[in-house]
Write a protein that binds this ligand. Structure first.
Ligand code: ADP
Length: 489
C-alpha cells in the first residue's frame, strides 16, 4: 500500500482510514501486506524502529538519500502483522503539515516530495528484499508509482502489477511542467505516460493512464467520474479505461464506530435499548451549550469545510440556508469542522446570533462520536462524495442521514417514503440552499408527525452492515485481475 496517509500515523481525510483498514483486513485473510508512507514531522520517531543504513533514491539524474523506519500497524493480526515503512527525508517531510499548512495549503514542492516518495517505494522493496505482486497506490500523491513501475522499473519488477485507487478526483496534483525533469523519466514520457495537461503536468492523470487496474471508493462515484459534469476533466481518460475501472464501496471500522461499545459516549446502546442514545443527546446539548430538551430534533454535521461538502449553499453569508433553517424550524443544529476561513468565521458568527445553532471549529475524534450518537439526523449536503464515511457511521448509530443524491451517499442511503415509512434517510437532488432547507424541513416534519416511522428508520440503519470483509474480497478480485495483466505480458 503506497499511501500519503494511514491511521493512526497521519490523517487528513477518509483515505487514511481506508488505507489502514484495508491493509488490516487483507492481512487477516492471510496476505502479506506492507504499507509505505512518508515520515512526517508529526510522527514521533522514538516509537519507530530504524532500519539500518541509508537508502539512496535516484531522482533527477542524481541520488538522494533518506532513512527508513518501521512499525507494526496497530490492530494487526498477531500471526500476520502489517509492517508500515516510513520514508524519512528531512527536507521533504521534516515540517508541519501533510500536503500543506494554513499559510501554504499546497506546498510548492509537493510534486518533488511525492515523486521522491513514489520512487522510494521501489528502493524500499530492494532494501528489504521483498517483491510485491501488487503495488496499490492511493490518490495523486502515490500516482507516480504505477508510472515508475511501467517506465523505469518493469525490468526489475517484471511480475508486479499496479492498482490505483481514486479517493477524490478533485485533487489531481497539477503542477508546472518544469517539475517533470526531477522525476528522472525520459522526456518523451511526458506525453506517452499521460502527464500532459495543457501547459501543466498532471500526476494523477499519468497514474490513471499507467496503472494495471483503477478503481474508486463507490460504484456510484465510478459512474459519475466518467461523465463530463463530474469527471474533473479526466472523464475522457477514465472512459478510455472503462474496462479496467470499477467502484468498490469502503467499509467502516466496526471496532471504533459501534454504538454498542463506544467509549466516547456516556452510555453504549443498541437496537434493544436505545436509552444510551437519549443520554448522548443530552450530553451533546450540554457540551454545545444548547437547551437541554429531549423533544427537539438535533441535526448534526462533521465536515471538512470545503466547497465539496456543500458549505457554500449551507453557510454562504448572503444566501446559505443554515440561518433560515435555524430561524424557521423547531430544531437544533450542531457542526464540528475546520476548513475555509470564511466558513469558520460564519459558523462562529451564527453560533453567537442563533440560540439553536452551535458550531465548534476544530478536529476532535471524541466529539465526532458524540455528535453521531447524540444527533437525531446527520446532514451531508455534498457537491460530490466519492464514498463518505459519516453517513455510514450515522446509519449505524441510528441517526438517519440527510444527504444529496451523489456518489457513495446515493449508494448507501435509501430515501424515506412517508406512505410506507420505508427508507433509511432523506435524499435530495439539487445542491441549492432551497433544497437543503426543504429536506431538513421534511426530516423535522417527520420527527414531529411520523415519530414511529423515524424510530423504525433508526433501527433499520443500525442493522446495516458496512464491514470490510465484503470489500476486501472485491479487492482480492481486482488484484487477481491486475496480475492476470502482467502474466500475459
Ligand atoms: P473526506 O475524506 O472527504 O473528508 P469522509 O466522510 O470520507 O470525507 O471522511 C472524513 C473522516 O474525517 C470521517 O471519519 C470524519 O468523521 C472525520 N472528520 C472530518 N472532520 C472532522 C473533525 N473536524 N473532527 C473529527 N473528525 C472529523
Amino acid at each position: 500500500m503506497c499511501t500519503s496517509e494511514a491511521v493512526p500515523f497521519a490523517k487528513t481525510g477518509g483515505l487514511a482510514d481506508m488505507a489502514a483498514a484495508l491493509s488490516l483486513v487483507l492481512a487477516k485473510l492471510g496476505h502479506d501486506v506492507r504499507v509505505v508512507m512518508p515520515r512526517y514531522y508529526s510522527i514521533d520517531r522514538s516509537h519507530l524502529t530504524r532500519i539500518e543504513g541509508a537508502m539512496g533514491v535516484p531522482m533527477g539524474g542524481m541520488e538522494e538519500w533518506c532513512a527508513v523506519y518501521r512499525a507494526e500497524l496497530p490492530g494487526s493480526p498477531e500471526k500476520n502483522p502489517v509492517q508500515v515503512y516510513f520514508i524519512d527525508h528531512e527536507i521533504y517531510f521534516g515540517r508541519d503539515g501533510v500536503y500543506g499548512v494554513p499559510q501554504e495549503p499546497d506546498f510548492l514542492d509537493n510534486p518533488r516530495r511525492f515523486s521522491f516518495f513514489s520512487r522510494s517505494v521501489f528502493q524500499l522493496c530492494r532494501k528489504i528484499e521483498w517483491i510485491p505482486d501488487i503495488l496499490h497506490a492511493h490518490d495523486w500523491p502515490a500516482a507516480m508509482v504505477p508510472v515508475f513501475l511501467k517506465y523505469l522499473e518493469s525490468g526489475a519488477f517484471p511480475k508486479t502489477s499496479s492498482v490505483l485507487t481514486i479517493h477524490n478526483l478533485g485533487y489531481q496534483g497539477i503542477y508546472a511542467r518544469d517539475n517533470f525533469g526531477y522525476t528522472g523519466l525520459p522526456a518523451w514520457c511526458f506525453y506517452e505516460a499521460g502527464f500532459e495537461d495543457g501547459a501543466m503536468m498532471n500526476i494523477l492523470k499519468a497514474g490513471l493512464c499507467c496503472a494495471g487496474k483503477l478503481n474508486t471508493v463507490s460504484p456510484g462515484y465510478a459512474k459519475e467520474t466518467m461523465t463530463r459534469e463530474q469527471g474533473f476533466r479526466l472523464d475522457g481518460v477514465l472512459r478510455s479505461r472503462a474496462e479496467d475501472y470499477s467502484g468498490i464501496l469502503n467499509g467502516i471500522d466496526a471496532k471504533i464506530w459501534n454504538p454498542r461499545r463506544d467509549k466516547s459516549i456516556p452510555k453504549p446502546y443498541g437496537e434493544n435499548d436505545m436509552s444510551g442514545k437519549a443520554a448522548a443527546k443530552e450530553a451533546l446539548q450540554e457540551e454545545f451549550g444548547l437547551d437541554i430538551d429531549p423533544d427537539v430534533p438535533v441535526i448534526g454535521m462533521i465536515t471538512r469545510m470545503t466547497s465539496q461538502k456543500g458549505i457554500g449553499e449551507l453557510f454562504g453569508p448572503a444566501y446559505g440556508s443554515a440561518y433560515s433553517i435555524c430561524r424557521d424550524m423547531a430544531l437544533q443544529l450542531v457542526i464540528l469542522g475546520t476548513g475555509e476561513s470564511w466558513c469558520e468565521h460564519e459558523v462562529r458568527s451564527l453560533s453567537s446570533r442563533l440560540p439553536n445553532f452551535r458550531g465548534r471549529i476544530g478536529y476532535s475524534e471524541e466529539l465526532s462520536h458524540l455528535i453521531e450518537a447524540g444527533s437525531d439526523f446527520f446532514l451531508m449536503p455534498s457537491r460530490y462524495e466519492p464514498c463518505g464515511l459519516n453517513q455510514m457511521y450515522s446509519l449505524n448509530y441510528g441517526t438517519p442521514p440527510i444527504v444529496r443524491n451523489t456518489g457513495g451517499l446515493a449508494d448507501t442511503v435509501e430515501n424515506y417514503d412517508q406512505e410506507s415509512g420505508e427508507g433509511t434517510g432523506f435524499i435530495f437532488n439539487d445542491l441549492t440552499p432551497q433544497a437543503i432547507y426543504n429536506t431538513a424541513g421534511w426530516a423535522v416534519w417527520a420527527y414531529y408527525n411520523k415519530r414511529e416511522q423515524i424510530e423504525a428508520m433508526r433501527l433499520r440503519g443500525m442493522k446495516k452492515k458496512f464491514s470490510w470483509e465484503g470489500p476486501a474480497k472485491k479487492y482480492e478480485e481486482l488484484y487477481r485481475a491486475a496480475l492476470a495483466g502482467v502474466a500475459g505480458v
